[in-house]
Design a protein around this ligand. Structure first.
Ligand code: UTP
Length: 305
């Protein structure tokens, strides 16, 4: 594992051997206030895009990147998420009895290895940093990925897979980044760039939701991360940041100078499904990619144009 030693040389130190990335944390304990009233009694992460809930897209993406162990950070009203990944015996039997073979196979293809999901309760949603800190026992001494399921990714190579590949290149922490118009930087974690190498950007600082005029760049962090376990030490201080929440960005910033820290300009497109317009756009984009739905979606779009 990479030492969390403030005096250690960083960017140029050879990466001898990296621990494989097998763990992912998926925080799903947020209140989803932007989606009320839909999220009053239902988890935001269970909202479907076409015919799959957001959480399933995130798990599929992580599995495609070689992740084998999952930790869901849950909260009140989130039990449907855990149910979704359970075996539904009665449903499977009914589908079999009715010869609905394709549906049955689709259901079984998504079944999880027993013991591969653990859930941890974040009793009070004190912020993303607090949610991640709740996974400290699960993470232990291992590097881990984080996927925020409301960021839905459409990528040829799954976004988490791109991050894992970058981690094997650089070692240390890697976060997926994208450029946003300057007037929107105050909604995101923003990079202070040490060196922009194109696809990879080495980072000298991070700031969460800066005022537009003080933002160090317009490169922002999206909901995909590969982090080293040492971030937990900083998160355990539970210091409040922007918006009075325990911000993950603030603790990640403290790793800079101790370990490599890079941003990766991922290839693909992100849909912010925590936001109504982003969610609606995702429905259209994902339906248009489905051979069984694209013709119908095209004529619907034409009718409303
Ligand atoms: P958001 O910033 O989208 O917050 O969280 P939210 O509560 O889900 O939604 P809004 O802003 O009120 O509409 C980003 C991710 O972090 C998780 C959320 O579940 C989401 O996946 N989260 C956030 C937690 O798990 N716990 C928290 O305390 C905050």
């Amino acid at each position: 594992m990479l030492a969390c030693n403030p005096n250690a040389a960083i960017e140029d130190s050879p990466i001898v051997s990296l621990k494989p990335l097998k763990k992912a944390v998926l925080p799903v304990a947020g209140l989803g206030t932007r989606f009320l009233p839909a999220t009053k009694a239902m988890a935001k992460e269970m909202l479907p895009v076409v015919d799959k809930p957001l959480i399933q897209y995130a798990v599929d993406e992580a599995r495609a990147a070689g992740i084998e162990q999952f930790c869901f950070i849950t909260g009140r009203g989130k039990t449907a998420i855990v149910e979704h990944f359970d075996v539904a015996y009665e449903l499977e039997r009914t589908l079999a009895d009715r010869n609905k073979t394709a549906e049955l196979e689709a259901l079984r293809a998504q079944s999880m290895t027993p013991g591969s999901i653990v859930t941890v309760r974040q009793q009070v949603p004190l912020g993303l940093g607090h949610a991640i800190w709740c996974a400290r026992s699960f993470v232990g001494d291992d590097p881990f990925a984080i996927l925020l399921p409301d960021d839905l990714m459409m990528c040829e190579t799954p976004c988490t897979g791109q991050l894992v590949a970058a981690y094997h290149e650089t070692g240390g922490n890697v976060v997926a980044i994208e450029e946003v118009p300057r007037e929107r930087v105050n909604r995101y974690g923003v990079l202070d760039v040490a060196e922009d190498k194109g696809r990879l950007v080495s980072v000298k600082g991070l700031v969460e939701k800066p005022p537009i005029e003080k933002a160090p760049s317009n490169l922002t962090i999206i909901g995909r991360y590969v982090l080293m376990p040492e971030v937990m030490g900083f998160l355990s201080r539970l210091e409040k940041g922007a918006g009075g929440e325990v911000q993950l960005t603030d603790s990640m910033a403290k790793l800079i100078g101790m370990q490599p820290f890079h941003g990766l300009r991922y290839e693909g497109k992100r849909f912010d499904c925590g936001d109504k317009a982003g969610f609606l756009e995702a429905q259209v984009a994902f339906a248009l990619r489905r051979p069984d739905l694209a013709p119908a979606m095209k004529s619907i779009l034409k009718a409303y144009a």
